[in-house]
Design a protein around this ligand. Structure first.
Ligand code: G6P
Ligand code: MG
Length: 219
């Protein structure tokens, strides 16, 4: 294991509730629909524009907006979301993550971020973690979002490794699929049934340690 490819939302910090709050408000105010609670988990790992399209489909409004209008709606959601995440601090780092990053660095493992979020650099800055990573893959540079492997391949590239030399960590089903499609070893965080495609699953981030990742890699 020479590198670890980290998802951000749900692995490093818990932003799913902020995404859901922003999407819910947008859906209510602009589309006059109420999103069911299941959308919080269904939209995990899904890019901003793909999420917007799923919501329009749910609202039965997929054909009512031009591509430009869909972009504007997604932009409005992002403004609502940015307002939510402006309050993030080091206290919002999920349990065990700071320790894990220290352990990995001490073992000369390279660290790269493979998030679909265009806000990843801003969030890492807020959490005080930006310097800990060797690279942050830019989701604007890749063609296909998760579950396609693109962002994990790019994250490995950025640290000059192949996905086969890396472990990927994900909390979303689409993300685990993306790691596997890239050819890296997948460690899931969350529900073992939902993430059954992962090579190894832990219940929460406090169980993520260097030795757990190394064991998953060597299995
Ligand atoms: C992550 C989240 C998704 C989000 C996506 C894009 O994958 O899990 O819920 O839609 O990033 O985030 P962004 O900050 O670019 O809108
Ligand atoms: Mg995630």
């Amino acid at each position: 294991m020479q590198g670890v490819l980290f998802d951000l939302d749900g692995v490093i910090t818990d932003t799913a509730r902020f995404h859901f709050k922003a999407w819910s408000r947008l859906a209510k105010e602009k589309l006059n629909v109420t999103l069911p609670a299941s959308f919080e988990s269904d939209l995990k790992g899904i890019s901003r524009i793909d999420s917007m399209n799923r919501i329009l489909k749910f609202a039965g409004m997929k054909n009512e907006y031009t591509a430009e209008e869909v972009n504007e709606l997604a932009q409005t959601k992002n403004e609502l979301y940015l307002n939510e995440i402006s309050k993030l601090t080091q206290a919002d780092i999920l349990p065990g993550i700071e320790n894990l990053l220290d352990e990995l660095a001490a073992n000369h493992v390279k660290l790269s971020v493979a998030s679909a979020s265009k806000n990843a650099p801003f969030i890492l800055e807020k959490l005080g973690l930006k310097q800990q990573f060797d690279a942050i893959a830019n989701p604007a540079k890749v063609k296909h979002g998760k579950p396609a492997p693109d962002i994990f391949i790019e994250a490995a590239n950025q640290i000059h490794l192949t996905p086969q030399q890396c472990v990927g960590i994900e909390d979303a089903k689409a993300g685990v699929e993306a790691i596997k499609a890239a050819g890296a070893v997948a460690v899931g965080v969350g529900d073992a049934n939902e993430l059954h495609e992962a090579d190894s699953v832990v219940g929460n981030t406090s169980e993520l340690t260097y030795s757990v990742l190394k064991q998953a890699f060597e299995k």
